[in-house]
Design a protein. Structure first.
Length: 369
């Protein structure tokens, strides 16, 4: 069983998980795609529950115990299959409380090797739900695009948190739609995100999660960012092997400045603060690696402009450090990986670029109006 693997494929209802699981096992000997909902129903029916409403009525603590027991039944599938793929959800809507609740086992016990988030455009999820309802294939609640976006964001973050907590693989699989059909997907299409992470202890991870709270005042948020900048130094040094006397720092205004201030609080080397590549080139020390700092990478267009503006004669390593990377920037990031290594504390799957009260720069500097 040491060479066998079990992955949960997660996403909200209508994202196409069952079909993708079947795609993933094609061409892989001794592999299996399991429809988790069928196993779920059989498992709970054997324990006296005959409807979802009955299951939703039991206390969350008791429900969690049962989910863990169901999870342990998959160890036999893992033992007997080279690859096992389970379609599932990180979160489900409780029919009694109408709130999202955890639907994954709280005790992984080494059974799951990772979670793969199925990234399906929410407009297509909405169409899938409508089609299922029209054909009576499945009955699903139809919701608007904004609510679907919020659910996919919650599902993604729950998947990242789970993988981070259990030290297992976290992958993303883009469900691509062309010529009125989804394209078949394989293992080679999965993008694993683990190598991007700067390993955070509980304090740094908590700060990172809490700083997204929109209720934080600009002053409070700046304190969070400064502290995050301070705390990220040691794990970055451990990951890269760089030491302060060996590098120089470039801060990307404006939202990257506060993190950079914390990062450089005890740094005696050169700090650059500009966006134009021509300005950077004039001041770069050609003999020292470069660390670039920003708060969030949404599309990676700014970083791409900077990296492409640095002449090829600069031969020292370049490291890009930020708090969060949007998965829609992965294609650009991968195109730059021969020139720069990316590091972050987490990822996001937000569809829209944050604006107004959600924009990090506006939140940091109090320019919300």
């Amino acid at each position: 069983m040491d060479n066998n693997y079990l992955f949960y494929i997660v996403g909200i209802a209508g994202s196409g998980k069952t079909a993708v699981c079947k795609d993933l096992v094609k061409g892989i000997d001794n592999s299996q795609a399991i429809q988790t909902s069928s196993r779920f129903k059989i498992f709970f029916k054997d324990r006296g529950f005959h409807s979802l409403k009955e299951i939703d009525s039991i206390p969350l603590k008791d429900r969690d115990i049962l989910i863990n027991k169901l999870h342990r039944t998959f160890v036999n599938d893992k033992r007997n299959n080279t690859f096992t793929f389970l379609d599932g959800h990180m979160l489900v809507l409780n029919s009694k409380t109408n709130k999202l609740i955890n639907s994954m086992p709280s005790e992984n016990r080494g059974i799951s090797d990772g979670i793969i988030f199925l990234n399906t455009p929410t407009r297509l999820i909405a169409e899938n739900i409508k089609m299922d309802n029209r054909t009576c294939k499945r009955r699903r609640d139809e919701v608007n695009i904004d609510r679907l976006n919020k659910r996919t964001e919650a599902e993604f973050q729950a998947a990242e948190d789970y993988c981070y907590k259990n030290n297992i693989e976290f992958g993303v699989l883009n469900n691509i739609f062309e010529n009125d059909n989804f394209l078949s997907l394989g293992l080679d299409d999965v993008r694993y995100l683990n190598n991007y992470y700067v390993k955070a202890d509980s304090k740094l991870r908590t700060l990172y999660k809490d700083q997204f709270d929109p209720k934080l005042s600009p002053s409070e948020l700046r304190k969070y960012h400064f502290k995050i900048g301070e705390l990220i130094v040691d794990p970055l040094i451990q990951k890269t092997g760089l030491t302060p006397e060996r590098y120089q720092v470039l801060s990307i205004p404006r939202s990257g400045n506060i993190i950079a201030n914390g990062f450089c609080n005890e740094f005696n080397g050169m700090i650059l603060m500009c966006k134009e590549p021509s300005e950077i080139v004039k001041e770069l020390d050609p003999n020292k690696p470069l660390i670039i700092i920003d708060s969030v990478i949404d599309t990676c267009s700014t970083v791409k402009k900077i990296i492409n503006g640095i002449p090829s004669s600069f031969s020292k390593p370049i490291h890009m450090v930020c708090m969060a990377i949007n998965i829609k920037a992965l294609t650009v990031i991968e195109s730059l990986e021969s020139k720069v290594t990316f590091h972050c504390l987490g990822f996001s799957n937000k569809v829209k670029r944050p604006e107004g009260k959600s924009d990090m720069g506006a939140r940091l500097y109090g320019t919300l109006n």
